[in-house]
Design a protein around this ligand. Structure first.
Ligand SMILES: NC(=O)c1ccc[n+]([C@@H]2O[C@H](COP(=O)([O-])OP(=O)(O)OC[C@H]3O[C@@H](n4cnc5c(N)ncnc54)[C@H](O)[C@@H]3O)[C@@H](O)[C@H]2O)c1
Length: 428
């Protein structure tokens, strides 16, 4: 990139979320923490919990023995506590009575364990998107409020120094008046080929894994990690990556929801056995600006400079906020200075979970709402889910964010929830 770089002072953003940790580290009591969903991201959060010096991982729950045993191997060098193993989160909650529960299951399994953990008296750190259908999110917020629990959601970019300073720059008018926002993820990839269904691997309770969602034959492409591209269990790129960048729109604007949402999604390229769109566009209409989301899983190239993130287009220039590429301000006018700030990310997987965890612990102590409170994340999740819903019904939808319904559209409102597979009951 042909940029003249100017590094900003980066200390304020980072210290805002780490100070409480230093104070609390003097306390001896270790907070009893359990993980439900001991896969890739669950272990990243567990590692941040251990690194805080204030938490012990007392129990791990996963429906797959092989995931449990690799989780145990990962944690072993980090702690002398040997976590107990569970396959059913209800037994874990009853037997262990954890003070903190981390929920890092696939998206279709976020709502019920989160609500159960809240009802069991735990404070919860649940992954994004908070739910698979919109009314699950309502029930989760209600449970958190009724039981006065702290519920932090894994939108760690809200505590990431470069994302914070970019939003601060925008809020201070650095890019002038913003009229349009474009958020996106483009990744390279081929057309793919189908993976045949296969026998359920030993030690995996596949029926439990499918849980409240439709039961489908086991397919190695779905688990682990592959659920994202199957609409019964997640919501494709829009649900996975989309929420991170759509959250920036609400974060910057302090709006609670868009008025109108219109989306088109299609599978034009992929020929594998996933079913999420490989191509999707969403338009969001707000009072003061228009925002878009787009994803595609092909045609990765250097022509577009940034492969993911969000552009804010303003009267004084354009801000791009990204991930490894930090954030950049491209001012109007050839001779004006381009501003650039590098990210400050943690291993593994270049994230800012430690800052988010630190804020979670501080809020557990003060009982204040955390930076990614469940209600904030519910609204951002809804940005994704309303896009999914509009594509499903094939038309624009008018979102009444106060009543949390779609205006004058009974068919679209039908998709705010779905039938659960017995014995699981949709949360109210
Ligand atoms: N915030 C972020 O940047 C970020 C990054 C990656 C993943 N995530 C989120 O984390 C969640 C997990 O993603 P992942 O990539 O770690 O998936 P994964 O497949 O690696 O892990 C999920 C685990 O949950 C287990 N599981 C399924 N149903 C369960 C149940 N009922 N009880 C207990 N365990 C169950 C699975 O067996 C699996 O081991 C997703 O919601 C994803 O969106 C967030």
């Amino acid at each position: 990139m042909n940029l003249r770089r100017r590094d900003f002072i980066k200390t304020t953003a980072a210290s805002a979320f780490t100070a409480p940790l230093i104070l609390n580290a003097q306390k001896a009591k270790m907070i009893k923490t359990a993980v439900i969903g001991a896969g890739w991201w669950g272990m990243n959060i567990a590692q941040a919990a251990l690194a805080s010096g204030q938490c012990k991982i007392a129990a791990l729950c996963d429906v797959d023995d092989s995931q449990l045993s690799s989780a145990r191997e990962k944690l072993r060098p980090l702690t002398s506590v040997e976590p107990k193993w569970y396959k059913d989160y209800r037994e874990l909650l009853q037997d262990e009575k954890p003070e903190i529960v981390i929920v890092a299951t696939p998206d279709h399994w976020h709502a019920l364990p989160t609500i159960a953990a809240i009802e069991a008296g735990a404070d919860v750190y649940v992954e994004k998107p908070i739910c698979h259908t919109i009314n699950e999110g309502r029930a989760m917020v209600k449970a958190a409020r009724d039981h006065e629990r702290i519920v932090q959601v894994g939108l760690h970019r809200r505590t990431s120094p470069h994302n914070m300073s970019a939003i601060n720059f925008l809020k201070q008018g650095g890019a002038g008046k913003i009229g349009m926002i474009r958020s996106f993820v483009h990744s390279d990839g081929g057309r793919g080929r189908p993976t045949p269904d296969s026998d359920i691997p030993p030690g995996l309770d596949w029926d439990f894994w499918c849980g409240p969602a439709p039961y489908r034959p086991y397919n190695a492409k779905m688990h682990p990690r592959g659920f994202r591209a199957f609409l019964d269990y997640a919501n494709g790129q829009l649900g996975d990556w989309g929420i991170h960048w759509l959250d920036h729109i609400l974060w910057w604007s302090e709006e609670k929801y868009p008025r109108t949402v219109h989306s088109i999604g299609a599978r034009h390229i992929l020929q594998d056995n996933t079913d999420a769109p490989d191509t999707q566009v969403v338009h969001y209409q707000f009072e003061e600006f228009i925002a878009t989301w787009e994803n595609r899983r092909y045609g990765g190239n250097d022509a577009e400079k940034h492969e993911l993130g969000i552009y804010f287009y303003g009267t004084l220039g354009t801000v791009h906020i990204g991930w490894h590429d930090g954030w950049t301000f491209y001012p109007v006018g050839r001779n004006a200075e381009i501003l650039h700030e590098l990210p400050q990310l943690h291993e593994p997987d270049q994230q800012n979970i430690p800052e988010l965890w630190s804020n979670f612990l501080a809020c557990i102590e003060t009982r204040e709402k955390p930076v990614c409170d469940i209600e904030i994340a519910q609204r951002s999740t809804n940005m994704s889910l309303l896009g999914v819903l509009s594509a499903k019904v094939g038309r624009s939808i008018q979102w009444d964010g106060e009543k949390e319904i779609i205006a004058d559209d009974p068919e679209a409102n039908h998709y705010l929830q779905r039938d659960y597979r017995a014995p699981w009951i949709y949360p109210r």
